[in-house]
Design a protein. Structure first.
Length: 139
């Protein structure tokens, strides 16, 4: 899975939080007030706004990486997240687990660091999860 740079992450956060298809200008405007937005400064105390061309370049990269889709039927074009934040996070977790030689140890370490509420959520999700034939930990 492709990784996200800081500006890409901030743009995806806006798209995920709004759940809307946004033009580059709309995204740029929403990014300016979004909590995850970068603090881009050209001099101390002066905020530098992102250029629309910068936003378009980053959106093009996100499209190439498979994070957004562009609706070419509208003018201006609008962009929408392809997957949810939760799906992206789950894919990252699977990628990390797939890269370690001892998945069980990694999972045990992860589970040992969750809060009691998160542990309850994991138990409930595991209890509701269907059993997939042939699946095993470590596959």
């Amino acid at each position: 899975m492709a990784s996200l740079g800081e500006l890409e992450r901030a743009m995806m956060d806006v798209l995920w939080d709004t759940g809307l298809a946004l033009s580059a200008n709309d995204l740029r405007d929403r990014l300016a007030g979004h909590p995850s937005a970068l603090d881009i400064r050209k001099s101390p105390g002066t905020r530098k706004e992102l250029a629309t061309t910068t936003v378009l370049t980053v959106l093009s990269r996100l499209e190439n990486k498979g994070f957004v889709t562009r609706d070419r039927e509208t003018r201006p074009h609008v962009y929408r997240a392809i997957t949810s934040r939760a799906e992206h996070t789950a894919e990252l977790m699977h990628e990390v687990l797939g890269s370690v030689p001892d998945r069980e140890a990694a999972l045990a370490r992860f589970i040992g660091n969750v809060s009691p509420q998160e542990a309850d959520t994991l138990r409930a999700l595991l209890g509701a999860a269907p059993v997939v034939p042939g699946s095993r930990t470590g596959d």
